[in-house]
Design a protein around this ligand. Structure first.
Ligand code: AGP
Length: 620
């Protein structure tokens, strides 16, 4: 969470910082601030609320200078307020910094600094970092280090960060070294953009587009020292070293709204293409299987895998549940889905032939990264299913599969989910064909997959019908989402979408499990959304639906075109095209995404920036 930007160069920094913060706002939007270094002073502007508010403040009270840092916050320690906003000042203004992450031992450090006379204005962990760097700087000077040598300031950061327990991405300015910025990373992502006579710092590459395509991703325990003259990279263990410059492919148009009112809606409508992109070049019709460039394991090694663990958080965890059903069905490999936040601290008995997949859109989710590292440390092949190229998880995994879904800006994940499910289907097909799946069975799956982009296009035609349903139910305060087999994870995902963007309480359940408790919630004011497409479990789902109707619960059904029976029983039916059962999560999730979106819009919620949330959760 939290977004960091920085600029060192020859242009006015404030515009670049504000534009960068706008692009990073999806990472946190409680408060925002910038600091710009000018003629021996560091001017700070910061404010609770969105970057837009900060922009107005800077317009009224501009800052000038060609080196600066900025921050958009998702509060961890201390409520969202002007005073808790970053940047924070250390000492008597010698140090100003922005921070992403959590300094877990901040209370101990704070006590120590307070005892030394440092005065704290905010309740953040970050202010501890600012004072500690300032303190170490003055200690180094007292011990005889040259107060005019920038190396003294760099050393102060090194000494300070060694004392932190937790995670940090830092951008640091020094009042007395006005053309230098220091960036440091442990656990929270940072990327440096390389321009001509200028450098950009950011939490991810999105603020860099339009400025430069050449980037250097900082590793853990790495520090970058940026001045208009150049960049130096220091690693805690290996010292000074040359940068590994990578070239970004992303273009700025990818993050435009293209006429849609919100990113979420735009991303929902991108799904025919994103699903196609997830399959592009990966279907091998001759061999009736899928192929991947980046698994970095031979078919022989993969043949020896006898257990798979899929791990992730939120929507990615839901995609993992679909993956479990697919892999067990197609490849008969026992598969488990673990919440990454649990897996990282559990000690499950994983055999030497267990393969672990971390599923993540952002590639930066702290729990998923930690779970992956823990499995890797134990020697398991650890692969990533990830959207963001260059992200921490993508870089640290032994191999993996990219989603190629393009940037997902809306906080509620939509296209990443269907891309994850598509990739997991390909993976299940590939693993199945390495084992007992026949050639004709593989061929059938390929032809069904090839038909999916059109099926999604057709499904999106339900939008107008969904709007009607949303109008009728947007006032309700509780919803149940019910589905079975492949559509159980879809129920969970539908409920999560509604919760996160419209703040309505919603629960997803296996449809039959509902009678073991949640049925007590059913009354005239609690609609149940039934995911009931045609399939071998359809009659059972219909019995569950009758149980709800018998208790006067309104029913919104997602059903296949031509299903006259359900039309008689449900209060509302949203029709979707029929696809094979194992592909139904792809089509069934679309009306649920649209339903959550339309209800949130009708309730006046901020769809792309829901309260309390952030796009990538880079803290525990
Ligand atoms: C999805 O709508 C959520 N915003 C959230 O659950 C998300 O899926 C989760 O935080 C995991 O993110 P990741 O895929 O980037 O790891």
């Amino acid at each position: 969470m939290c977004g960091i930007v920085g600029y060192v160069g020859f242009k006015q920094a404030s515009d670049i910082l504000l534009e960068g913060l706008r692009r990073l706002e999806y990472r946190g939007y409680d408060s925002a601030g910038i600091a710009v270094s000018d003629a021996g002073e560091i001017a700070i502007r910061k404010k609770a609320g969105r970057v837009q508010e900060l922009g107005k403040l800077v317009e009224r009270n501009p800052v000038h200078g060609t080196i600066g840092i900025g921050h958009t916050r998702w509060a961890t320690h201390g409520s969202p307020s002007d005073i808790n906003s970053h940047p924070h000042v250390g000492g008597n203004g010698e140090v100003v910094l922005v921070h992403n992450g959590v300094i877990e031992n901040y209370a101990v450090l704070k006590n120590h600094l307070q005892a030394l006379g440092y005065v704290f204005r905010s309740s953040t962990d970050t202010e501890v970092a600012a004072h500690l760097v300032a303190h170490e700087l003055s200690e180094l000077i007292k011990m005889g280090e040259d107060p005019e040598d920038p190396k003294t300031a760099i050393k102060a950061v090194e000494v300070a960060i060694k004392q932190f327990k937790g995670t940090y991405g830092l951008g640091v300015l020094f009042r007395d070294f006005a053309d230098m910025m220091v960036a440091a990373r442990l656990g929270s992502p940072l990327v440096v953009g390389m321009g001509k006579g200028e450098f950009f710092l950011a939490s991810d590459a999105s603020p860099l587009s339009g400025h430069t395509q050449e980037v250097v991703y900082l590793s853990d325990h790495e520090m970058a020292v940026l001045t208009p003259q150049g960049m130096e990279l220091h690693h805690r263990d290996t010292g000074l070293h040359a940068p590994n410059v990578q070239v970004l492919q992303q273009t700025s148009q990818e993050s435009d709204l293209n006429g849609f009112e919100h990113y979420m809606l735009k991303e929902i409508f991108e799904q025919p293409e994103t699903i196609e992109n997830a399959m592009r070049g990966r279907l091998d019709e001759d061999e009736a299987t899928a192929k991947f460039g980046g698994l970095n394991l031979t078919p022989q090694q993969l043949r020896r895998i006898d257990r798979i663990v899929l791990t992730g958080c939120g929507t990615s965890w839901h995609a993992g549940l679909v993956g479990e059903y697919l892999i067990e069905e197609f490849a008969r490999i026992p598969t488990e889905v673990e919440y990454a936040s649990e897996l990282r601290y559990r000690n499950p008995p994983l055999s030497t032939t267990t393969m672990v997949f971390a599923i993540t859109q952002s590639g930066e989710t702290a729990d998923t990264l930690a779970a992956m590292r823990e499995c890797k440390r134990k020697g398991h092949p650890t692969l990533a299913i990830c959207n963001v190229v260059g992200s921490s998880i993508a870089r640290e995994a032994d191999g993996g599969i990219f989603l190629h879904a393009g940037p997902e800006i809306g906080v509620a994940s939509t296209k990443a989910f269907t891309s994850q499910v598509t990739v997991l289907t390909l993976l299940a097909l590939y693993l199945g064909r390495l084992r007992n799946m026949s050639y004709p069975a593989g061929s059938r799956i390929i032809s069904h997959l090839q038909a999916m982009p059109d099926a999604i296009r057709k499904t999106l035609e339900c939008h107008e019908q969904v709007k009607e349903v949303a109008r009728r139910y947007c006032e309700n305060e509780n919803f149940l989402y019910l589905g079975r087999l492949y559509n159980f994870p879809v129920a969970l995902e539908g409920a999560l979408k509604l919760k996160e963007i419209s703040y309505i309480h919603a629960e997803g359940y296996p449809a039959a499990e509902m009678k073991h408790g949640p049925i007590a919630l059913v009354d005239e004011r609690t609609p149940s959304v039934f995911i009931a497409p045609r399939g071998h479990i359809y009659p059972k789902v219909m019995s569950n639906l009758e149980e709800i109707k018998a208790r006067k619960g309104p029913v919104i059904a997602i059903a296949c075109e031509g299903d006259a029976k359900i039309d008689q029983m449900a209060d509302e039916v949203i029709y979707i095209p029929y696809v094979e059962e194992y592909l139904q999560p792809l089509v069934c999730s679309i009306p649920l995404q649209l339903l959550a979106y339309e209800i949130a819009v009708l309730r006046g919620c901020n769809v792309d920036r829901p309260r309390n949330l952030a796009k990538s959760v880079t803290v525990e």
